[in-house]
Ligand binder design. Structure first.
Ligand code: DAH
Length: 345
């Protein structure tokens, strides 16, 4: 075997014995590097005459190509082996159960608000939203509760700079919605056309200085208002009774309209309900304030009280949610405890 053949053989053996790419690159240097065997042989050509140079040069080049080919083959093999090892190390069992993904859901009070909206829209009511930061006029004065009226003392609230306050109830929405409605109607009025009725609910957050198991400084209310030319207390009884039957999915629920006082209604009533059976049976439970809208309030809406009349009510969706699900502490709704909240999903 001549020198070149034995170099090729040596290189092939050495490459094949390498177990990593780095080792292979070192082995390559012994043959093809600057001081490698083949490089040295090439350098030695200069001492030969021209014919011998050509012949020997061709042989060295052929040997070099064979070695380069062997090198590339080994490089590929090592890369393959490395990939296989990696795939093997990273295999995972697709049949294992996945990590539990927690899914969010609606808050129980939001569920009640959705339910309330759905029941009232099915009865032809609009749904209106209004500001939580309110003016004194909308929150009190327009609702027939002037400054120094004793009823204001039950509505202590948080005052904001500039004469604003956090609304203590959703009742200001009666005035806001009616005023907007009357304005829209006036803009479109042709001679002889009568004004469409105002039939609206206004759910939202309200605020008072109050905090215990049944009161929270922030709570929800839902206002209701129906104004037309002949809307009376009788309509209030029908609408609110139908609502309670639908909300609690119980047509045997009994309602009581208990005389009361609110400055913005005359006459006024608290609405109590009684379940025919279940853990709450036999007790009267207060769910709303209500009444025939006071003429002064009708006037503040921009309407003539001699012509327009109607009823209003204000209920507490937090309390309705407690009754529906049997929750006995209001604070549970606002603590954000997932163990409590997840029960409603
Ligand atoms: N706004 C009253 C409150 O928060 C509840 C209320 C009573 C609303 C009578 C009404 C109503 O619309 O007619 O105590």
């Amino acid at each position: 075997m001549n020198e070149l053949d034995s170099l090729v053989k040596q290189a092939k053996q050495l490459f094949a014995a390498c177990s990593s790419p780095a080792e292979l690159e070192n082995a390559k240097a012994q043959f093809l590097g600057k001081a490698g065997h083949l490089t040295m042989l090439m350098k030695g050509l200069s001492s030969l005459d021209i014919e011998a140079k050509k012949a020997q040069g061709a042989l060295i080049n052929a040997a070099k190509q064979t070695i380069e080919q062997a090198l590339n083959d080994c490089r590929q093999q090592l890369a393959q082996a490395e990939l296989q090892a990696q795939l093997k190390a990273e295999t995972f069992d697709v049949s294992l159960p996945s990590q539990a993904m927690s899914q969010g859901g609606l808050h129980p009070v939001s569920l009640s608000l959705e339910r309330i909206e759905q029941i009232f829209t099915s009865m032809g009511f609009d749904v209106a939203q209004g500001p939580e930061i309110e003016t004194d006029w909308f929150n009190f004065t327009a609702l027939n509760t002037p400054e120094d009226h004793p009823a204001r003392s039950m509505h202590d609230t948080f005052y904001v700079e500039g004469g604003y306050l956090l609304r203590t109830h959703t009742s200001p929405m009666q005035i806001r919605h009616a005023m907007a409605h009357v304005q829209t109607y006036r803009d479109r009025l042709d001679a002889g056309q009568t004004m469409p009725e105002i039939r609206v609910i206004a759910p939202g957050r309200t605020y008072r200085v109050d905090s215990d198991a049944t009161h929270s400084p922030m709570f929800h209310q839902c206002e209701g208002l129906w104004i037309g030319e002949n809307i009376s207390f009788k309509d209030l009884k029908v609408v609110f009774t139908d609502f309670c039957h639908a909300f609690f999915e119980n047509d045997h629920l009994v309602l009581r309209f208990r005389p009361s006082f609110f400055p913005f209604t005359e006459p006024s009533a608290e609405i109590d309900i009684q379940f025919p059976d279940g853990p709450l049976a036999g007790r009267w439970l207060e769910v709303a304030g209500s009444g025939q809208v006071h003429p002064n309030v009708i006037r503040n809406m921009g309407l003539d009280p001699e012509r327009f009349m109607g009823f209003a009510f204000g209920m507490g969706p937090d309390r309705l949610t407690m009754l529906r699900y049997g929750v006995n502490d209001l604070r549970l709704f606002f603590d954000g405890d997932i163990r409590f909240l997840s029960q409603f999903q």
